[in-house]
Design a protein around this ligand. Structure first.
Ligand SMILES: O=C(O)CCC(=O)C(=O)O
Length: 252
């Protein structure tokens, strides 16, 4: 090791199209990249959880009384069979949405957890919270301690393979307040998380979210930017994404 060598700042692990007026810095204290773009700030922890914790989370989310979590091709499990499986920790649901009057399954599995009363409605689906469990509280506490933000609920998304995805949208539901802070953590397969500016859809940001990453979205991002997780044919395994949120108008 060279004496007095300067520590090199890590390279930014995201791509931003040239037409965006942006700046970024490495926050050595938080061990995170801070990316600033018009009307939004992102805090990106490239290694938020180590591989031991991240691997355990992948296992924890799938533990059940019917199928092994390592080799199961979840895509092949029918909706009816899936509904019979008793997951030990997470109450996964196959939700449906209405498209032109037809009921179609969401292209992923979901679960909603939170403090009592944190009812959340998105894509016409109203979710009543499951009570917190040990694993989710552990993740929530880690995020709260590192970021200084507080959260009272979490939406879990299970992308079984590269066909599962999430279309362009913003988390701008009224119950999340004016400028919601949303913290996303990621386990399993790497998938791209994309943002585009509402004005022309030509300004784009891409975070490649791998096992153990955390990404916090803050500022007015939900009013000026949409995000999505596109299909990726080459991705064959499961990815778990958890977005921690603060729901304000709790129902009694
Ligand atoms: O899976 C992701 O990274 C994004 C999830 C998301 O957009 C959402 O829950 O609103």
């Amino acid at each position: 090791m060279e004496l007095f060598s300067e520590q090199e700042a890590p390279k930014p692990p995201f791509t931003v199209t040239e037409n965006i007026d942006y700046s970024w810095r490495w926050d050595a204290k938080r061990h995170a990249f801070i990316l600033q773009v018009p009307q939004a700030e992102f805090i990106y922890y490239q290694h938020f959880f180590n591989s031991k914790v991240s691997d355990r989370c992948v296992e924890y989310f799938q533990e059940n009384d019917t199928l092994p979590w390592v080799n199961t091709d979840w895509r092949q499990v029918s909706e009816d069979d899936f509904a019979q499986i008793n997951f030990q920790h997470i109450r996964w649901q196959q939700e449906h949405m209405l498209i032109y009057g037809n009921k179609v399954p969401l292209p992923r599995l979901t679960a909603w957890y939170g403090d009592a009363g944190t009812v959340y409605t998105y894509s016409g689906i109203t979710s009543v919270p499951n009570p917190w469990n040990k694993g989710l509280l552990y993740i929530k506490n880690c995020l709260e301690q590192s970021s200084g933000f507080g959260f009272n609920s979490v939406l879990l998304n299970w992308y079984r393979d590269g066909d599962d995805h999430m279309g362009w949208h913003a988390d701008d539901e009224v119950e999340l307040g004016k400028n919601p802070v949303i913290a996303s953590v990621n386990f399993g397969e790497t998938r791209d998380f994309m943002l585009r500016n509402n004005a022309d859809h030509r300004q784009k940001i891409v975070f490649s979210l791998h096992h153990g990453t955390a990404l916090i979205m803050a500022g007015a991002v939900q009013h000026y930017w949409q995000h999505s997780v596109p299909k990726r044919k080459k991705s064959s395994g499961s990815r778990f994404n958890l977005t921690f949120r603060q729901v304000f108008n709790k129902t009694p």
